[in-house]
Design a protein around this ligand. Sequence first.
Ligand code: NAP
Length: 460
Amino acid sequence: MTKMDTMQANNKKRANDYVHEVYELLKKRNPDEKEFLQATREIFDSLRPVFSKHPEYIANGILERITEPERIIIFRVAWEDDQGKVHVNRGFRVQFNSDLGPYKGGIRFHPSVNSSIMKFLAFEQIFKNALTGQPIGAGKGGSDFDPKGKSDREIMRFTQSFTTELSKHIGPDVDVPAGDIGVGRREIGYMFGQYNRLKGGYEAGVFTGKDPNHGGSLGRKEATGYGTVYFVEEMLKEKGLSFEGTTVVVSGSGNVSTYAIEKAMQLGAKVVACSDSNGYIYDENGIDLETLKQLKEVENKRISEYLKFHPEAKYVENCSEIWTIPCDIALPCATQNELDEIAAQILIANGVKAIGEGANMPCTLEAMAAFQENKVLFAPAKAANAGGVAVSAMEMSQNSMRLSWTVEEVDERLQGVMKNIYNSCLDAAERFGEPGNLVMGANIAGFLKVADAMVAHGLS
Ligand code: NAP
């Protein structure tokens, strides 16, 4: 063994010990937060070679610091339903990291929302936002409020009550929320209205995802879904493949799914299935996007209603079985951990060529490993779904400049951002010894940007 070999072996051991120790500490401190521990586990596994090459990050305690939110705000949200009955929900805002800019990340309204889910989402946002190359930090928020079955007035009253507390902690240069599951343009509109009412002014840059007629960016609604497809397109191109003539399955039928479906179709794919939390539809002729939009965006109906317009399609009342449909490309765009190892093995056996994560952490760690072992092209969420937050940052720029870009301009910028992200992931994976591993590449490229800023800004 040469002196160099010994030094490298020592650095590797020190890096492994460091990662192990910090993860043990994290488990002890957050024993019940399984989603948060899952998200951190994936990052930790990717970062070993970084700590081996860069002991200065160990000396600066970057891993201990980057896994502890700067601040978590938990609050009561009381509201009254249409019958005058009082309800109480719990509100959250996790302000995880502000080394690159104001906290930035969506608000989720879903009954499953808890500390673990909020922290995992905000933690993922650190790396995703860094990858966009925009000056934005990371946060996430939400409530365990269930919007399903609520009237428009109930949604408004709940959202106003939620914003009354949230408004004390946000601002255009402090923390800029956007939408996520259960929060779209309507809810952002109510938040924006309530915030301005409370502050006695008009602060356009405090929320993104606003209606383009009232300060929003054109192209924001489409950005996450389109961006995911642009990223997968880059990944396919590298292997001489494309969307043209492929069969695609997309889970979910919300914002991300709808526009992933639209872009995949525009690029020549046949999208044969999509879902909601009750079940999935399979239309072997290809999904009729106009019907889907009418049902989900306009009428707020369940996906099963698709059959009323297309009786030849099939509805299966079990959303997780969507992955049994043979396809070339699978785009999980619904929610975390919706695609497990069993589903992954079925997709692999059916010959899937590529996976693009439109949702946050939709594949379990075991599913991800199965895809990688079987050489299925894999686009990880942090990189693949960063288009939404990238266009949100563009909305912030437009609000600051008090002007609006055209939809073509936004889309061109979005394509540029997704290409850059893809190249940074490839480059980082190559530099740290795992060429082509985009999971590692995304984690490392995002990490380096934030870690350098944390070192430069001193201990905090
Ligand atoms: P959305 O418009 O509310 O749509 C969510 C979709 O997922 C709905 O079809 C919903 O069905 C389905 N879903 C929710 N929970 C499910 C479950 N447990 N099993 C199966 N399906 C489920 O939300 P979205 O904005 O599209 O967000 C989807 C995912 O993308 C989330 O992981 C989100 O964090 C991520 N994401 C969103 C953005 C963005 O810009 N919106 C950006 C980056 C990442 P039901 O209607 O039955 O609930």
